[in-house]
Design a protein around this ligand. Structure first.
Ligand SMILES: [Mg+2]
Length: 266
């Protein structure tokens, strides 16, 4: 049996406010020794995620911008068919639309629905919204597939969501931003694609903290919800959902260890 761990990043594997993950470091090392892939499945960009993957010493596939693309290390086995080389030691499977197309759609309607996109925000606004330093914001702005935004008029947001859905898009709600994404992509699709490479004998774990993690949590065998420090548990209702007791990253580490013990892998 092959164990695969799919995980959101912000507020799940790293602290919602400080972005630290020290408390999960030992478990990440253990998973590496056990040869269990830890597949980051995040709304972050490729540049942000790659930095984190390197810092964490991961050698697993990772998915970016809410399941828009999955990047596989070139030496990873099994590799999906048609995985396109993109440099930096990775090849990619793209599920979403390209950023230029998404941005064009967003800009057409942003004013009418009182929406402010990341592409229109200056560094100062972004710093206030995220608490991130400037170099991290640079990586965040290197978008390839999706537009994060804030809605200044919640009443109009519903209308925009319906318009987006009629045009091949979806609006997802993350920890800090809404995200305009292609309806062909998704964190759940990432689970399907990666799982499909391994055949029958696979057990999947998923960890997330927000509504945009719900389709990933639905697609896995063991779904784990990490509480948000401000909002508590996201309104996710899945029958076998495990609600972690602690916040990220402690809650992540504790729950993964419980799974490893149950499976007698430690
Ligand atoms: Mg999150």
């Amino acid at each position: 049996m092959r164990l695969l761990i799919f995980t959101d990043v912000d507020g799940t594997l790293i602290d919602h406010f400080t972005y630290r993950w020290d408390e999960a470091a030992a478990v990440l090392s253990l998973l590496k020794v056990l040869n269990v892939p830890v597949i980051l499945n995040t709304s972050k960009t490729y540049s942000e995620t790659l930095k984190l993957v390197r810092e964490m010493g991961l050698n697993s596939p990772f998915a970016v911008e809410n399941g828009a693309a999955i990047f596989f290390p070139e030496g990873f086995s099994p590799l999906p068919e048609g995985c396109e080389r993109v440099g930096e030691g990775y090849c990619a499977v793209v599920l979403g639309k390209r950023y230029g197309e998404v941005r064009e759609f967003f800009r057409k309607y942003a004013e009418r629905y009182n929406l402010r996109g990341m592409g229109d925000m200056d560094t100062r606004t972004l710093r206030e919204l995220t608490g991130l330093p400037e170099d991290a914001l640079e990586l965040m702005k290197r978008r390839m597939f999706s537009e994060p935004f804030v809605a200044e008029d919640i009443d109009k947001l519903g209308e925009f969501i319906r318009l987006a859905e009629r045009n091949g898009y979806r609006v997802l709600r993350g920890g800090r931003f809404y995200h305009l994404v292609s309806d062909a992509q998704g964190k759940g699709r990432v689970v399907e694609v990666v799982k499909g490479l391994f055949g029958e004998d696979v057990l999947t774990v998923g960890l997330g903290d927000s509504e945009n993690d719900e389709d990933m949590l639905r697609a896995v065998d063991i779904p784990i919800l990490i509480p948000n420090p401000k909002k508590g548990y996201a309104p996710v209702s899945i029958p076998n959902l495990i609600r972690a007791k602690c916040l990220a990253p402690r809650g992540w580490a504790d729950e993964v260890m419980k799974v490893l013990r149950t499976l007698k892998l430690v």
